[in-house]
Design a protein around this ligand. Structure first.
Ligand code: ZN
Length: 170
């Protein structure tokens, strides 16, 4: 693809870790990402091995096709990621991509992918503290966000290492 049309990202940001060979990102995906970035007044940081990947992601990962990125939206003038829910809301409004929300990464952020490019329906999800994924159809984005808000509140009340969720069931 031709990176000269891309304003906010460089090819190197998507290079797989320790991979000197050729790789290529999907042009439609990068255009959507670049457009998303142009709509918000905050830098975006692609994570290590979070662009094109040759290993390190789940089987059938869209990273292997150059159709996904793991990243976070930074606060302006700071190194900190913006609140992950704020990142997700911005991505929903501007990226038109599938959105995975990862509140428990070291630097909380998003997985964005263009799965419609290979004929798959758009999805949203979040990963809970135990690493489990909770998937929703794209149309249920707001339900996903609401469930994550409730989940986070429960986690904040839970004692270290325990889960308030199992407690409330008992
Ligand atoms: Zn990812």
């Amino acid at each position: 693809m031709d990176w000269s049309d891309i304003k906010y990202f460089t090819r190197e940001e998507f290079r797989p870790e320790g991979h000197d060979g050729d790789f290529d990102m999907g042009i439609g995906f990068i255009l959507k990402l670049d457009n998303f970035r142009s709509q918000i007044d905050s830098p975006m940081v692609v994570h290590k091995n979070g662009g094109f990947a040759v290993s390190g992601h789940s089987e059938n990962s869209l990273h292997y096709l150059g159709l996904a990125a793991d990243l976070h939206v930074r606060e302006q003038g700071s190194d900190r990621p913006r609140d992950v829910l704020e990142q997700a809301l911005l991505a929903y409004k501007w990226s038109f991509l599938s959105i995975g929300i990862y509140p428990f990464w070291n630097r909380p952020g998003l997985h964005l992918d263009d799965r419609t490019a290979i004929g798959l329906p758009k999805k949203v999800w979040f990963q809970d503290r135990a690493g489990k994924y909770r998937y929703y159809p794209y149309e249920d984005f707001h339900r996903c966000v609401r469930d994550l808000i409730v989940y986070r509140e429960r986690m904040e009340k839970a004692p270290e290492g325990g889960t308030a969720m199992t407690r409330s069931v008992r």
